[in-house]
Write a protein that binds this ligand. Structure first.
Ligand SMILES: CC(C)(COP(=O)(O)OP(=O)(O)OC[C@H]1O[C@@H](n2cnc3c(N)ncnc32)[C@H](O)[C@@H]1OP(=O)(O)O)[C@@H](O)C(=O)NCCC(=O)NCCS
Length: 273
């Protein structure tokens, strides 16, 4: 059953500036993982991403606060050549805060900004908000896809997770087709595993890569694993086609690690090539 809450809650919405980056980066981390070094590294990668977003765009995230406690986030960035604002993530982690209007207020606040002339778009307003949802909800929590469709977002093409909200009457969003990054195999990658990571909007990206490392070791206990930090060895990443994630025996693994069986099957196939 999805949760329903009926009590009013007072909260405020604030832009994330330098003073709020820590609040943004820590909000999604469950209390029981707060001192775990793997999660701490995930938070660090999000901090690097946030610093870069602040430098590039100034406005890239908002937080909802109850008093001085952060209780919800929304992260976004302009897609300049499409004149749209992409929403990366919206999240209200704690059950006690669900269904109190926080998510709606965060989204509406970004919508209001997007109606104004924006320097990103040569002082024009955005044509639309766009998002790609994924199943990140806790048990009983509202899935992002349901939330956005309830907020009036429409589907783009055939993918039910690809959604947009037109900011101009009659506007139909047609995404620019972009070439996906493709791994460029290297002789030196043969017989090894590589894990490429770097600044990320989600602190769980690093945590999931650690799980991927364990899954690779489960399949190939003696394999040498090399971690490549994108921000420290950019040339190593560029020569491999600027891909991120796991490469096993010179093959990019496409399965998501939480789909453990598919992930391990792909690793096994890569090893047996
Ligand atoms: C989606 C989310 C942001 C909504 O936050 P919220 O503050 O609880 O939502 P709101 O109270 O603003 O609700 C706005 C609307 O969303 C819909 N909604 C929210 N919760 C709902 C629920 N439990 N059941 C059905 N609809 C729901 C309703 O249409 C609601 O409007 P209404 O209350 O007027 O009917 C929150 O549930 C969430 O974080 N979900 C997980 C999203 C996710 O996976 N993010 C990525 C994590 S990495």
């Amino acid at each position: 059953m999805l949760e329903r809450g009926f009590r009013a809650l007072e909260f405020s919405i604030k832009y994330v500036d330098e003073s709020k980056v820590d609040d943004l980066c820590l909000l999604c981390i469950p209390a029981q993982n707060a001192s775990d070094p793997v999660f701490a590294r995930g938070v660090e990668e999000k901090r690097k991403w946030s610093t870069e977003m602040l430098r590039k765009f100034r406005s890239f995230a908002k937080l909802a606060y109850v008093g001085s406690s952060p209780v919800g986030l929304i992260q976004y960035e302009p897609i300049v050549d499409e004149r749209v604002v992409k929403i990366h993530c919206i999240y209200v982690p704690e059950r006690t805060h669900w269904r109190k209007g926080i998510g709606k207020k965060l989204l509406c606040s970004v919508m209001e900004d997007a109606k104004n002339p924006l320097a990103w778009f040569g002082n024009e307003p955005a044509l639309a908000l766009v998002t790609r949802t994924f199943p990140g909800e806790k048990p009983g929590q509202c899935p992002a896809r349901l939330f956005f469709t309830r907020m009036g977002f429409r589907q783009v093409g055939e993918d039910p997770d690809f959604l947009y909200y037109p900011m101009k009457e009659g506007f139909a969003y047609r995404p620019v087709v972009r070439k996906e990054a493709e791994y460029v195999p290297q002789r030196e990658d043969e017989g090894k595993a590589l894990i490429i990571y770097g600044p990320s909007p989600c602190p769980f990206s690093y945590v999931f890569l650690k799980r991927a490392e364990q899954a690779i070791v489960d399949v190939a206990p003696n394999i040498t694993i090399r971690w490549i930090d994108k921000s420290e060895e950019p040339e190593e990443v560029m020569k491999r086609g600027n891909v991120e994630g796991c490469i096993v025996n010179a093959k990019l693994i496409r399965s998501f690690v939480l789909d453990k069986d598919s992930f391990k099957k792909e690793v096994r196939e890569a090893m047996n090539r």
